[in-house]
Design a protein around this ligand. Sequence first.
Ligand code: CA
Length: 696
Amino acid sequence: MLRQQKNALALVLLSISLTFAVQAQEVTDDTLKNAANSGEEWLTYGRDYFESRFSPLNQIDTSNVSQLGVAWTFDTDSFRGLEATPLIHNGIMYATRPWSSVFAIDARTGEKLWDFDPQVDRSIGWKACCDVVNRGVALYEDKIYVGTIDGRLIALDANTGAVVWDILTVDPERPYTITGAPRIADGKVIIGNGGAELGSRGYVTAYDAETGTEAWRFWVVPGNPAEGFENPDVEFAATTWSGNWWEVGGGGNSWDSIIYDPEARLVYIGTGNGSPWSHELRSNGEGDNLYLSSIVALNVDDGRVKWHYQTTPADNWDYTAVQPLMLADIPFDGVLRKVIMQAPKNGFFYVLDRITGDLISADPYAEVTWASGIDLESGRPMETPQARYDNAISFVMPGPGGAHNWHPMSFNPVTGLIYLPTNQGSSFPYSIQQGFVHKPGTWNIGVTMGTMAGVPVRPEADYAGGTGPETRSPGALLAWDPVAREPRWVIDYPFSINGGTLTTAGNLVFQGGGDGFLRAYTADKGDLLWQIDLGVGIMAPPVTYELDGKQYLAVLVGWGGSAGLIGPSETGEYKPEGRMWTFVLDGDTNIVPVTGQPLPELTRIEFNDDPAALAHGEDIYGKRCMVCHGAGAASGGALADLRYAAPATYDIFHNIVRQGAYTGVGMPNLGAFVTEEDADAVKNWLLSLRADLMNP
Ligand code: CA
């Protein structure tokens, strides 16, 4: 063939492929590698392989952000926590809602294209420590991937939502759940699991994205040595354990953070807390218990450990290092370093060399009383004397909620700042649960749960020798400078839980609040430029994308999660419907906040006001009911407020609590844990609270 003919043919083929590309461009390894460069789409959980959540879009900027109005909304037909980061590709938005269902909507109009419900058996909802939430999907080639509350990993056709493959990644006899978004690395789809509060052995698995065939598994903690070790990494970890940890499970479950560096060909995993929480009960108080509460770098080809860094050796406080990981290339002392960064629950902000695992810095981003600092030479924390509790209560900051949880942070390369949502007031009265025995089917933390309910006394001695800024407010947005190792500006919030963040080239930071407001700040100075009331507490991080030359801002709004279950909602809305909100510069500025369902009128029901009977009911409630129905039975608005139950519901209280009458809506059968007498006591105590509501 002549050269001109060849060129002409190539041109024709090119124009065909370009036309085709507009309709259905596939997400390849190269697309993912280059995702940071283009702002039109949002292709992975953290937008790009650095998970920086920085968008180069700048149509919306500091001069016009206050003009944002609604482009469209989509009601999710769900009434519990929404935590997902939506992905946007080929003009389609993909997101998830409670019970792991996936929806695809037209990103221009909000029109639903398809909906997929994995039909999770509602009776296993109790396995989810922190609500039946889901943080989103992964996208690769022509498929969407979702992990489900019952531990499956499912591949769907991105265009139709049809199931391509559906595999079980866990032992269904154990309390494993999946709430995190899968990640794509080198043709594999990678997913972890949760379950350390209930008793399980954590792991992360890579599957072939095309077929679902297992490629490798990284076990976070060793199993029973008598059964042999899966590989030398596990064998090494076992030298740091003592006792019979495998009977409860050991924990370490990696339920959120997975990040991939395609150049280094390393997958980084953030690992979870010990199971049970108490180091004494778990490992006779001996050993570091690898790879709990660690950042672990794994070879993408075989899942073997390249390096590990343990943020909390011998975890004793539910200090997960599962919080979002972020990669960046930042100059330190004039040298460009390839770093990995994390603000785990324990209150220190870590920067490590992501190739070698060397610790570069670790500084308190919140008030910390369990350690006075991190020794940069050894990389180990310097624990305070009161940090390790026994049977007597010791107050420790942060508490199990962490000074930062799963709510994603973002990094703006222009300002050099990380926008970190913190939960600063989470002090907790830790004490070892006396007579602890592992009981499958319930929480197994080895720490007295009843003490969680509003213990106001905080002895001064428990705060001695700590570090970090003194707590000024329950929650905050920190603009953290990772090079200067301190915040450049801080926004204090009078409530603890706030949403993840997004930052853009428009010099903006966006964040939703637990109070239901969506806000925009200047990225360099933290000046508040825009806030609107959406009615319902916001946890999910906003995203941005561009279609037809128009920049959109989108965020899922729905209250729940662990904080949404255990504490009253800041907005006071009861069981509000979740909603996807999207905004554009020429949108509708008449914004009507979502409202919840009205609480029923109360009628008085007789109860026994004997103080001992009430105390017994409160005690059982604290141990068996509180983590879902709220401290003091003050529901966070996502689940039933038991004080407001209809009289007919109280009539069948035993059927619900002890015989599983409501398993179909997620209420577990507690027959094995709550005696008839205990159930009566809980009901009686609830009725006393109901009477208090009627006569405040
Ligand atoms: Ca935990």
